[in-house]
Design a protein around this ligand. Structure first.
Ligand SMILES: Cc1cc2nc3c(=O)[nH]c(=O)nc-3n(C[C@H](O)[C@H](O)[C@H](O)COP(=O)(O)OP(=O)(O)OC[C@H]3O[C@@H](n4cnc5c(N)ncnc54)[C@H](O)[C@@H]3O)c2cc1C
Ligand code: FES
Length: 366
């Protein structure tokens, strides 16, 4: 009896809070008019004029300033960080999981969570101001494995993309709730500025990956970019280490082909982790590249047991163990890692033991 009264009170209180919160949201949406607010970027001379009540992310998007937003503004990726120097209101509980204390102190905010209610002053890195919207047409699609496809887009008209190897684009995909954006690394090298090629793994039920896997030659697509923090060291005596698994191949392919176009003798390792022989792709083409460039080394490793009758003369076990076995100690190096978080963590530990400084290790988790 006592327990049911307690349960009833808790449920009534929670219901009341939910109704009040929903009421406030509806009132804010339909009754409160914030009017036109000024949006000042990098203390510019002419602030933008935007309609109050929108998020900072969508106001910037409407002004063709494209901030990374891998989750499409849901507050679940932490990619849309900007510095708000004034007018952003208090940091919300939805932001705190993605911000360090230092970032909170310095005014870093998630642009998708900040609502413009008054004049607002923001700082946006120059890289983001160079991001553009591109339109393109599917040039070819190729099945690479049971769940991975290569999709190549020709940019429309005279558009060209100026990217650093390892950067990504955000593809616009249709969804029942309107267009969403998803991040995909560019696998085509920087010397093909009229092309954007992607390597996409199909996530069952996934909006972006299903849209991309269903595309046919000549279908149109739109994306923004380039984004990303990868910076290739331009000193050719710095050895490059690429480690990936699955669709983490995309930025690796870009980096490797860009390197060998520019520095044919540069030392570079590719470590690629697969579970089974069914997950192997691009091995033949990298073996060809290895023959042309003696300082390029390609190592694929299978982590699962071979099926009866299967043959494999490459490495076995997890890919970080192959890196541990092959790499010497204390050579000037830079490393690029792409794959699931446990792989990134294990490889980073090995690279640290090999003497690579943490600032020379770049990674994207996906
Ligand atoms: C910087 C960056 C670069 C990326 N580059 C690539 C790339 O080159 N190729 C590529 O294929 N992907 C890449 N991704 C991942 C990509 O952005 C999408 O997250 C992925 O395609 C899933 O999106 P979706 O719309 O298909 O699935 P959603 O509609 O977002 O998700 C559908 C369901 O699947 C779950 N889900 C989402 N992702 C995964 C996952 N990886 N494994 C299992 N379940 C999942 C979700 O939780 C949800 O329940 C990258 C991500 C980032 C952040
Ligand atoms: S867009 Fe993903 S957290 Fe803001």
């Amino acid at each position: 009896m006592g327990f049911s009264i307690y349960l009833y009170s808790v449920l009534s209180f929670s219901g009341l809070v939910i109704i009040l919160a929903a009421g406030l949201m509806i009132a804010e949406r339909f009754l409160i008019n914030y009017g036109i607010c000024k949006l000042d970027i990098n203390a510019g001379e002419e602030p933008l004029e935007v309609e109050g009540g929108q998020t900072l992310l969508s106001s910037l998007y409407a002004s063709e300033i494209f901030i990374p937003s891998a989750c499409g503004g849901k507050g679940s990726c932490g990619h849309c960080k900007l510095t708000v120097t004034s007018g952003g209101g208090p940091v919300l509980p939805t932001e705190t999981p993605y911000l360090t204390r230092k970032e909170v102190r310095s005014g870093t905010r998630l642009a998708c969570q900040v609502k413009i209610r008054e004049d607002i002053f923001v700082r946006i890195p120059a890289d983001f101001l160079n991001v553009r919207m591109f339109s393109a047409t599917v040039e070819s699609t190729r099945v690479l494995t049971h769940d991975i496809k290569e999709i190549r887009f020709a940019l429309d008209d005279d558009q060209e993309i100026s990217q650093r190897p390892g950067q990504y684009v955000q593809v616009q995909a249709p969804s029942p709730d309107g267009p969403v954006f998803r991040a995909y690394s560019i696998s085509s090298p920087v010397y093909e500025p009229k092309v954007v090629e992607l390597v996409v793994r199909l996530i069952p039920g996934g909006i972006g990956s299903t849209f991309l896997h269903n595309l046919q030659v000549n279908d149109p697509v739109a994306f923004t970019g380039p984004y990303g923090e990868f910076y290739l060291n331009e000193n050719p005596s710095t050895e490059i280490i690429c480690v990936g698994g699955g669709c983490g191949m995309a930025p690796m392919k870009n980096i490797i082909y860009t390197i060998y176009d520019k520095w044919p003798d540069r030392s570079c390792w590719l470590f690629f982790g697969c579970r089974t022989t069914e997950d192997i792709f691009y091995l033949e083409r990298f073996k060809e590249l290895e023959k042309k460039h003696p300082n390029f080394h390609v190592v694929y490793a299978l982590s699962d047991e071979l099926k009866p009758g299967e043959k494999w003369d490459g490495e076995t076990g997890f890919i970080h163990l192959a890196a541990d076995k092959c790499l010497e100690l204390d050579i000037p190096r830079q490393a690029f890692l792409c794959g699931p978080p446990p792989m990134i963590e294990a490889v980073t530990r090995i690279l640290d033991e090999k003497g690579i400084r943490s600032e020379d290790i770049f990674y994207d988790e996906f």
